[in-house]
Design a protein around this ligand. Structure first.
Ligand SMILES: [Zn+2]
Length: 345
């Protein structure tokens, strides 16, 4: 068929697939989504010879997770999350090894090590909400255990590395929590280079799970709706959000969540951007929704407060200059980017 096409027709086909305007994909500018240059090689995962060859490639490197905490190493040129596979095996026995894909620098893997190889320093604080004690690998002062949220907030690693850490964290979490077949209850085994678990007993195949979450701004002309939950820091307001339910479209979930949490009714829903959110395995789906009512009635079990903010206020909150000290989420959160995009519309 293609042989019969003239050069002019080929040019037309190429032309048809070009974006009609300069286009920058917002999702690619948000932390955990900036995964440029990774080829996931998904069509090759079931070829064990190919995967084994990647594993022994001299340029192969792996991320290490100890439980759900990334392991980093201190090098002369700074902090680095990548290990040669033999270096990683020297740290501890792999519970799982998954193929992330291949970058221009070589094959990239993710290894899960048992959290018992780390020791926690000090006594637990019974009043602390989060266990902030230091964890370390005994006799390895060159290795650091730092949670992924802190790594993303610090922004010192390459964005594409942080995106691959997010990919690895969600995938390894799934392995750690799906060791048994959900159909028959017997142990399952890893397959497809870490992208499937098979049950040898009942033959059921299980695939890694991603939980979709809608996160959105209801918009009334020059104002948008934000709320604050009881656990937010002082002055912080953010976009409303909630899990998408089975049988629901994104649009329905957006309208339902806004209505449940704030009492505001909305009509049209527009998609803006998405973000993989590896705590533990969500996809945030960022939207705008046109408000058709304006009177707020909050659900006090979900929110402490909810209010309308003007564009001007949102710009001040993003830059930390709001006169009443109100704040917007940091750049690591998709809410920050939704607010920024809306304020520039
Ligand atoms: Zn089974």
């Amino acid at each position: 068929v293609y042989g019969s096409l003239s050069t002019a027709q080929d040019d037309l086909i190429l032309e048809m697939q070009k974006p009609s305007r300069p286009y920058i994909e917002l999702s690619r500018q948000i932390p955990f989504g900036e995964n440029d240059g990774l080829n996931r090689l998904s069509e090759k995962r079931d070829d064990p010879v190919f995967v084994a060859a990647l594993r022994i490639d001299p340029s192969a490197r792996t991320l290490i997770f100890v439980g759900d905490i990334p392991l980093l190493r201190q090098t002369d040129s700074g902090i680095n999350p990548w290990f040669r596979l033999n270096e990683a095996e020297a740290v501890g026995t792999f519970r799982e090894l998954a193929l992330l894909g291949k970058t221009g620098e070589g094959p990239r893997f993710a290894a899960l090590l048992d959290e018992t190889i780390a020791v926690t320093e000090g006594e637990p604080d019974p009043n602390a909400m989060i266990d902030k004690r230091n964890r370390a690998i005994p006799a390895r002062p060159d290795l650091l255990l730092t949670d992924l949220r802190s790594i993303a907030l610090a922004g010192t690693l390459r964005p594409s590395w942080i995106a691959m850490q997010a990919q690895a964290k969600s995938l390894l979490f799934w392995h750690a929590s799906h060791r048994f077949c959900s159909n028959c209850g017997l142990p399952s085994i890893v397959a497809s280079a870490g992208w499937r678990r098979d049950c040898p007993s009942c033959k059921r195949m299980h695939f890694p799970r991603t939980d979709p979450v809608v996160i959105m701004l209801a918009v009334d002309g020059d104002r948008c709706l934000m709320g604050r939950s009881h656990r937010f820091g002082k002055g912080m307001y953010s976009a409303l959000a909630g899990f998408l339910e089975p049988g629901e479209t994104i649009e329905e979930a957006v309208r339902r969540e806004i209505s449940e949490e704030s009492g505001i009714l909305t009509s049209e829903v527009t998609y803006l951007a998405s973000q993989p959110w590896p705590f533990p395995a969500s996809l945030m789906i960022g939207c705008l929704a046109t408000a058709v009512t304006t009177e707020i009635k909050i659900d006090p079990s979900e929110l402490e407060d909810c209010r309308w903010f003007t564009r001007e206020e949102v710009l001040q909150m993003l830059s930390g200059t709001h006169s009443e000290g109100f704040l917007a989420p940091q750049k690591v959160a998709i809410a920050h980017h939704l607010l920024k995009a809306w304020s520039q519309l």
